[in-house]
Ligand binder design. Structure first.
Ligand SMILES: C[S@@+](CC[C@H](N)C(=O)[O-])C[C@H]1O[C@@H](n2cnc3c(N)ncnc32)[C@H](O)[C@@H]1O
Length: 253
């Protein structure tokens, strides 16, 4: 099996985020919904005289983030179990807030964005990646197809910041200005071939749990459908699905 993780899936997206974040040598960086911390570590490496803190609500993710960071460094990163919507971050403590698809899940986005704004110093920046709409993300249609729309449940989810007008209004209310949205039209990668992509998806997503909950004929049909869709997306370079994201930047007033 090829080495695959969320970092491999999102390589081109990460390059866009890096370019927009422009982490400075002295920056104190906050990474929201940091997962296993790749973007936190990158920020830490760029902030040679500063630091980077990743927060996430998943202790499982954070354990992995800490383990990788203990092995690879850098030494100026830390990880904290925290719900970014309500966590009492120290005020004015950060110069930059980054997130790679970790800010779409807040029950109350304005409360969360306001809380993040307070953690940033006045003039501090944010650079976030968020997904555009479900219908613009082929990978999501694949999930929906296989999971019978499980991912497209109403409420706060991966596509909750897809509408720039709504998101801009929430960020403005939360205390941000100079808000920009850049269209990111890059594919997501799932593996070197359809067999690898199948294994990767079962390992990395909710598919395994979902399939385990299904009665045998349904589970078999879902597995077969997944194999079929992945085979349709196999190219000489691997298995790719179209995706559309917003690269969102703003500044705290
Ligand atoms: C799609 S993953 C992205 C992980 C990471 N940014 C990356 O690119 O590898 C979304 C992450 O956001 C975290 N998350 C969701 N709600 C959160 C909240 N209220 N506060 C902090 N993290 C949250 C999830 O636990 C998950 O790790």
């Amino acid at each position: 099996m090829d080495l695959f993780d969320y970092d491999a899936e999102l390589r081109p997206h990460t390059a866009h985020l890096r370019a927009a974040a422009r982490v400075g040598a002295g920056d104190r960086v906050l990474d929201i919904g940091c997962g296993t911390g790749q973007t936190t570590r990158e920020a830490g490496r760029a902030a040679v005289d500063g630091s980077a803190v990743g927060v996430d609500i998943s202790e499982l993710m954070l354990e992995q983030a800490r383990r990788i960071s203990d092995e690879e460094g850098p030494s100026n990163v830390g990880f904290q179990l925290a719900d970014a919507q309500v966590n009492p971050f120290p005020a004015n403590a950060f110069d930059l807030c980054i997130s790679r698809f970790g800010v779409m899940f807040f029950a109350d986005p304005v409360a969360a964005f306001s809380n993040i704004a307070r953690a940033l110093r006045p003039g501090g920046r944010l650079a976030w990646l968020v997904w555009q709409g479900h219908d613009r993300n082929e990978w999501a249609s694949m999930f929906s197809d296989v999971l019978a729309s499980a991912i497209a449940t109403p409420g706060r989810g991966p596509f909750s910041l897809a509408d720039p007008v709504v998101t801009e209004s929430m960020l403005t209310t939360a205390g941000f200005t100079e808000i920009t949205f850049t269209d990111i039209d890059e594919p997501v990668y799932y593996g070197a071939d359809s067999a690898a992509a199948y294994d990767n998806l079962l390992r990395l997503t909710g598919f395994t749990a979902f399939l385990a909950d299904l009665a045998p004929p349904g589970a078999e049909r879902a597995r077969a459908r997944l194999r079929e869709i992945l085979a349709d997306h196999q190219t000489d370079d691997g298995v790719y699905f179209d995706s559309r994201a917003w690269l969102l930047t703003a500044r705290r007033r």
